[in-house]
Design a protein around this ligand. Structure first.
Ligand code: COA
Ligand code: AMP
Length: 630
């Protein structure tokens, strides 16, 4: 039996020993009383009684261990032509100072701080500063519009918001401050203060009653030390798309978060302290939280903070430039990024300019990785390319090839097997495990391992309803797939209304709510259709109200604009079409799945419950006029 299987079995049979050994790798202010307390399942408690501080383990311990001079963060920003190295000493000083600023403005243990920021060092500093004083951060991705930010403000009720004058997208400056002002105009809850980083590319107008510039905010404050927090306290809330327009506030418990991330760096990614690790994601997503900020720092690595794109900043060799220049040994990105590179540089010529000798592995996640993309990347990089599967909720990989334990054979299209401590089963609708090779709902047998969400912010009921009710005794991942005869998992699709656009998770229900708010729209459906670059993109079908005589294209343009304003550019909502009616079951349920199969050119059975089968031909005709199937 190999090391993967032995470790998996050990974690399965002796979870408390397995996780207490992993927890020894961190510095605790007070050791836990109980490793696993599952008396109130599914509200599992890991390391209860323990006291620990995230920032202490990410920064202070490394100074004591002599890593002060080592780079903690390499900020590499082709969009602003800036590079900056922050050593562990620098980061420690700036984080302790900003923690003092938070204290000066009255932020204390348990208060929430919203961070609406681009990919700049101040974002990481603000996150760590919150953890230093036991405040709970909630980072909101910059590609979301005011309305989405307002929803998060009203749910998290932050004492303070940290933001920036602008973000930089290729070819345009994204003015964050007007978006923040718009959100505050919509939100019922108001923070006491907003601290604004003024960037050179655009200075924001400040409201001097409420806003303070980042450096000015430091006046009169003093650096502060780490406070003790309970292992069960939330370290952060991260909002993610649910099946409705109301985002879910995933709560991450401090102790489990630290222990699982630290364990994952060596055992999954096979990275050692002192090495350079790069997750080319955004701090607004879970990948950014776990693998740009926390895991690399907890492990004493150097993390690359990249403010750029895989292509266009300046070309499709951008990733290879960063890997070679900063001597990256392990890289993580989404398959979409690789597809974008492949599209522009299909024979991979640009990589020849760079010394890639430091790179040992390339990890991919965030969406299904098609075998072609995986094979192309393997051929180009000549290192193991590892598809791994996880979610905002889980915080770290559920299934992966664990390179630090033992590299298993790679099967393109599969993220390999369950990571130790994750007990994956594929269930049928009556909650029974299906046979090997049969498709079903991918579920995790409870208890969930440390680091997984502990609840949804102030909404235990929604936590139970969303994840725990349909398959009692299991966490429902919302993904469908199979476990094959070699025990390899294959994640095929979502079972709900969530779609994955360029590795970004979106709710079609949320987009439908926006379309339905248009005064001329009677009914609508949004589905995720296959896209060669982004994996999926949303497609809208609109039925207009009787008596509307405006040209359909005018209404289509309106709704596209509306989605951009209400949800944000990240929704990539660019295509909608007016139809006379939508296919429905006799009970009135819109057959979104069937429309999707038509748009993707996939075979489908006409559902027995369909109201009027002829509508399917009508829909196929209309979709073919706008290029579907593509
Ligand atoms: N702030 C403001 N706007 C943002 C943004 C941010 N942080 N991130 C993206 N956007 C905007 C983009 O500018 C674009 O706007 P546009 O409609 O005006 O062009 C829109 O949101 C859609 O962005 P995106 O889906 O990223 O598409 P793109 O065409 O700009 O870029 C790729 C295509 C492939 C280069 C890009 O999707 C990519 O880098 N993907 C990698 C995905 C990834 O890292 N995912 C993280 C999960 S691991
Ligand atoms: P997010 O919470 O934004 O990270 O999105 C999580 C969802 O992305 C999962 O539930 C899957 O649907 C999808 N996903 C992430 N990684 C993979 C992968 N390696 N293979 C297939 N789907 C994936």
């Amino acid at each position: 039996m190999g090391l993967y299987s032995t470790t998996y079995n050990y974690a399965q049979n002796h979870p408390e020993d397995f996780w207490s050994e992993a927890a020894e790798q961190l510095v605790w202010q007070k050791r836990w009383d109980k490793v696993l307390d599952d008396n109130n399942s599914p509200f599992t408690k890991w390391f209860s009684g323990g006291k620990i501080n995230t920032c202490y383990n990410a920064l202070d311990v490394h100074l004591a261990a002599g890593r002060g001079e080592q780079a903690a963060i390499i900020y590499d920003s082709p969009v602003t032509e800036t590079k900056e190295i922050l050593s562990y000493n620098d980061l420690y000083e700036r984080v302790s100072a900003f923690a003092g600023v938070l204290v000066k403005y009255g932020v204390t243990y348990g208060d929430r701080v919203i961070i609406y920021m681009p990919m700049i060092p101040e974002t990481v500093i603000a996150m760590l500063a919150c953890t230093r004083i036991g405040a709970i951060h909630s980072v909101v991705f910059g590609g979301f519009a005011s309305n989405e930010l307002a929803k998060r403000i009203d749910d998290a009720k932050p004492k303070l918001i940290v933001s920036s004058s602008c973000g930089i997208e290729p070819g345009r400056v994204v003015s964050y401050k007007p978006l923040l002002n718009g959100a505050l105009a919509l939100a019922k809850h108001q923070p006491d203060k907003c601290i604004i980083v003024q960037r050179k590319m655009e200075q924001a107008d400040l409201d001097h009653q409420r806003d303070i510039e980042w450096f000015d905010a430091h006046t009169g404050s003093n650096p502060v030390d780490c406070v003790e927090v309970s292992a069960l306290d939330p370290v952060y809330i991260l909002y993610t798309s649910g099946t409705t327009g109301v985002p879910k506030g995933v709560v991450r418990p401090t102790g489990g978060h630290l222990v699982s991330l630290k364990w994952s760096m060596k055992n999954i990614f096979d990275v050692n302290p002192g090495e350079v690790y790069w997750a080319a994601s955004d701090v607004g997503w879970v990948v950014g939280h776990s693998y740009i900020v926390y895991a690399p720092l907890l492990h004493g690595c150097t993390s690359v903070l990249y403010e750029g794109k895989p292509v266009g900043t300046p070309d499709a060799g951008a990733f290879w430039r960063v890997i070679s220049e900063h001597k990256v040994s392990c890289m993580f990105t989404a398959p979409t990024a690789i597809r974008a590179i492949k599209k522009e540089d299909p024979s991979g010529d640009l990589i020849k300019k760079y010394d890639m000798s430091f790179l040992r592995s390339q990890f991919l996640a965030g969406e299904r990785c098609d075998p072609d993309t995986l094979r192309w990347t393997e051929k180009l990089l000549k290192v193991p390319v590892i598809d791994h599967w996880w979610q905002t909720e889980t915080g770290w990989p559920i299934a992966s090839n664990c390179l630090g334990l033992e590299q298993l054979p790679i099967k393109p299209g599969s993220p390999t097997c369950a990571v130790p401590s994750w007990n994956i089963e594929v269930l049928d609708s009556s909650c029974k495990p299906v046979k090997a090779g049969e498709i079903g709902a991918i579920s995790i047998k409870l208890p969930l391992p440390p680091g997984a969400l502990s609840t949804l912010w102030q909404n235990n009921q929604r936590f139970i309803e969303s994840y725990m009710e349909d398959y009692p005794g299991y966490y429902q991942t919302g993904d469908a797939g199979i476990i094959d005869e070699d025990n390899y998992l294959h994640v095929m699709s979502r079972t709900d209304d969530i779609i994955n656009v360029a590795g970004h998770r979106l709710s079609t229900g949320g987009i439908e709510q926006v379309l339905a708010s248009h005064p001329d729209v009677a009914e609508c459906a949004v589905l995720g259709v296959a896209d060669n670059l982004k994996g999926q993109v949303p497609l809208g079908l609109l039925v207009l109200k009787d008596g509307v005589h405006k040209p359909g294209q005018e209404i289509v343009n309106d709704v596209i604009k509306l989605v951009r304003e209400e949800i944000g550019p990240v929704a990539s909502f660019r295509t909608a079409v007016v139809v006379d009616r939508l296919p429905k079951t006799r009970s009135g349920k819109i057959l979104r799945g069937t429309i999707k199969l038509i748009a993707d050119g996939e075979p489908f059975d006409v559902p027995a419950t369909i109201d009027d089968p002829l509508i399917l031909d009508e829909i196929a005709n209309i979709l073919s006029k706008i290029g579907y199937p593509g």
